[in-house]
Design a binder for this molecule. Structure first.
Ligand code: HEM
Length: 203
């Protein structure tokens, strides 16, 4: 017969939630997230003064984005795109529920958060691709072998404005992203920043 005492010890008596929380973010997602934060800001802040640092931090960001795109298809439950990219009507009703102060709780990303993740990843993708194409023109990075002098794809005339726009757009997205994390943490009375460190949410 199964020993239920061990199982029971995992639950609080009041609400039958696992006392130690629910595992939501796997270790690779957490490593991805905090490495991305460090590498993105390193690249952003070194842009004017430290070209080598800027290039290597940028390659790191590009590598992380490739990993995250793959993990979105083959990763753990809450990492998969199909589990958090929802319809716009879901986003609308989630945002409405925030106003009514009865916000629906999601273990993974909520519908608005899910689309924010997609926007962050797409912008980081644009930032990485434009950066890698420019670096190739300077004989650096993984795309060097594909570099063709004079080809429009490697023309700085469009790469530079795209790279600069996506970097600045990222800053606005990060402000909204962190504000969303704080608002959601307050509304649901759970520390989402801690969850991105430990991998666990209350429920
Ligand atoms: C330092 C401030 C930051 C904090 C406190 C923070 C916190 C968080 C938290 C709590 C989540 C999970 C949200 C949820 O529960 O649904 C998350 C997800 C995410 N954050 Fe941040 N974040 C920060 C900065 C950034 C930056 C600078 C970037 C991009 C450069 C970023 C990109 C992302 C991405 C892509 C995800 C989705 C994770 C995934 O599913 O792969 N975050 N962040």
């Amino acid at each position: 017969m199964r020993d239920l005492s061990a199982t029971r010890a995992h639950y609080t008596s009041s609400n039958a939630q696992p006392a130690e929380g629910v595992k939501v973010w796997d270790v690779l997602i957490r490593m991805f997230h905090w490495s991305l934060v460090i590498l993105f800001f390193t690249a952003y802040l070194s842009e004017d003064s430290q070209e080598t640092v800027h290039f290597y931090a940028g390659y790191g960001v590009a590598f992380l984005i490739v990993f995250r795109l793959l993990w979105g298809f083959i990763g753990t439950r809450h990492a998969r795109f199909r589990n958090f990219v929802t319809s716009f009507s879901d986003v609308k009703s989630y945002l409405k529920s925030l106003l009514s102060q009865r916000a629906k709780h999601y273990s993974g990303h909520n519908p608005a958060g899910g689309w924010m993740v997609v926007t962050l990843l797409l912008t980081l993708g644009l930032l990485s691709v434009s950066g890698l194409l420019m670096a190739a023109g300077e004989g650096s990075g993984p795309l060097t072998n594909f570099y063709t002098a004079g080809h429009w794809l490697f023309a700085e005339s469009w790469l530079e404005p795209v790279h600069e726009f996506s970097a600045n757009f990222m800053i606005s997205l990060i402000v909204i992203h962190v504000a969303g994390v704080v608002v959601s943490s307050v509304l649901h009375k759970e520390n989402l920043i801690k969850a991105m460190l430990t991998g666990k949410k209350k429920h």
